[in-house]
Design a protein around this ligand. Structure first.
Ligand code: KET
Length: 452
């Protein structure tokens, strides 16, 4: 059998790699034809198991895995109330009219190209995003104390902010509410921060454990980072009142705790973009520093476009520009620079007064439909005489109802009624419609009255 001759000392690195490969194949009983081409029988070649055979199958994601299970279910009555994604009354995903219009304008503009964006993303988008969350008249923006970088939706913004903090902040501990969005602990741990929790939700009252929250933040080491949901807390739907926010602010500032806001639902809680940004604006108005991760997934329905921004409010313009220079060092090796399309849609809408107004109307309609679903579900349970106080369904805020159903009841509802939701009993009200409320109410009724 002739052996290929790739072994001369003058061979290039590529040749040498090929040579090593060929030698390896030759000793692994390959069949070589006369032209030195390597061929295999299906079972020959590499012996034994895959080098990855030790890899253990990972469980599905607790939220996105619900959709995977839902997609596999052939039942015609199945209902996906897992992931927080808005659906119409017909149960269909919604692309906002104003988004379609913006996309059309972008497509028609032949001057647009597909060049890379800068590392920090689309400048116009960043400016408009900061204005949206901090307010048009924000002194922090006017004084150039804010740096905003475009990131991959809310998740990417949280990750970039956390990686920056792990590298440059003197405290590694981040306090997250108990409970919180399931991805938070993973994002922060993988960024190199040490995750602690503070009490947030009281299952007995199905409301805020304000005393517990104040105690836990009060005993956190000075300088700790605190993750706050700007509005529409996920999964509980329970937000502090403005008075409570003010107390939280005072406590946090007195202990130099660093606020990191996650704003994934601006406009979805109340239907008003300004009202839903109040918590953030209170913290910025005092002149202190904070981080904000913004997502346009829900409020503009741009889920898969992955549009978001991280803003860091600093004490001075000089610090802000230095922070931005370091954020670029986080972003460049992570995803180099962000995608252009979604950010261009957002910028097109935010910079045009008419389109902006059109957006706020469509946003309000989505928020109102969710609120009306709360009332419908509450009424349906009352009509069935379902045991328990279900008033939290109408009191909670945002996309989700934290029903109080336990994991066995959830499993029962999925098995018997083909209703899919996260095992903590959270349901996405945005996935519900007038037509599907009775089915859900029947399932909840059966689950709480002994799963019969
Ligand atoms: N923060 C919160 C609080 C949040 O609920 C989500 C998404 C995000 C950030 C990130 O969204 P992004 O698409 O990266 O902008 N929550 C829903 C979807 C998911 O789990 O990914 C959910 O809870 O169903």
């Amino acid at each position: 059998m002739r052996r290929p001759e790739f072994t001369s000392s003058s061979s290039s690195p590529t040749d040498r790699r090929l040579s090593v490969l060929v030698r390896h194949l030759a000793t692994s009983s390959p069949v070589m034809d006369s032209q030195t081409t390597v061929t295999f029988s299906p079972t020959s070649g590499f012996h034994g198991d895959s080098v990855f055979s030790h890899v253990v199958r990972a469980p599905e994601d607790p939220i996105l895995g619900v959709t995977v299970a839902y997609n596999k279910d052939p039942s015609p009555v199945k209902l996906n109330l897992g992931v927080g994604a808005y659906r119409t009354e017909e149960g269909k995903p919604l692309v906002l009219n104003v988004v379609r219009k913006a996309e059309q304008m972008l497509v028609n503009d032949r001057s647009r190209v597909k060049e890379y964006l800068p590392i920090v993303g689309l400048a116009e988008f960043n400016k408009l995003s900061a204005k949206l969350i901090f307010g048009a008249d924000s002194p922090a923006i006017r004084e150039n104390r804010v740096t905003t970088v475009q990131c991959l939706s809310g998740t990417g913004s949280l990750r970039v902010g956390a990686e920056f903090l792990a590298r440059h902040y003197h405290q590694r501990s981040i306090y997250i509410p108990q409970p919180t969005w399931g991805n938070h602990p993973k994002i922060f741990t993988l960024s190199g921060l040490s995750v602690k929790t503070y009490r947030y939700y009281d299952p007995a009252t199905r409301g805020l454990n304000f005393q517990g929250l104040l105690e836990d933040l009060g005993s956190a080491p000075s300088g700790s980072i605190v993750l706050l949901h700007a509005c529409a807390h996920n999964p509980t739907g329970v937000d502090p009142t403005l008075e409570q926010w003010e107390q939280i602010r005072q406590l946090m500032r007195s202990k130099a705790l660093l606020p990191f806001f996650d704003s994934a639902y601006q406009g979805f809680a109340s239907g008003s973009l300004d009202a839903d940004a109040m918590s953030v604006r209170m913290f910025v108005a005092d002149g202190g520093e904070c981080f904000v991760a913004q997502s346009y997934a829900k409020n503009m329905g741009l889920y898969g476009e992955r549009v978001g921004a991280l803003s860091v409010v600093c004490k001075t313009a000089d610090v802000a520009s230095k922070v931005e220079s370091q954020l670029k060092l986080v972003i460049r090796p992570m995803f180099s620079n962000p995608p252009i399309h979604g950010a261009s849609i957002v910028a097109t809408i935010l910079k045009d007064r008419n389109m902006y107004n059109e957006w706020t109307i469509e946003l309000k309609a989505m928020a109102d439909r969710i609120i009306s679903m709360r009332q419908k579900l509450f009424d349906a349970l009352r009509a069935r005489g379902t045991p328990g106080d279900w008033s939290h369904i109408i009191k909670q805020i945002g996309m989700f109802t934290f029903t109080g159903l336990n994991s066995e009841q959830v499993a029962f509802m999925t098995r018997e009624y083909h209703i899919y939701m996260t095992s903590d009993g959270r349901i996405s009200m945005a996935g519900l419609s007038s037509k599907t409320v009775p089915h859900l109410a029947d399932a909840i009724h059966a689950a709480v009255t002994g799963m019969s």
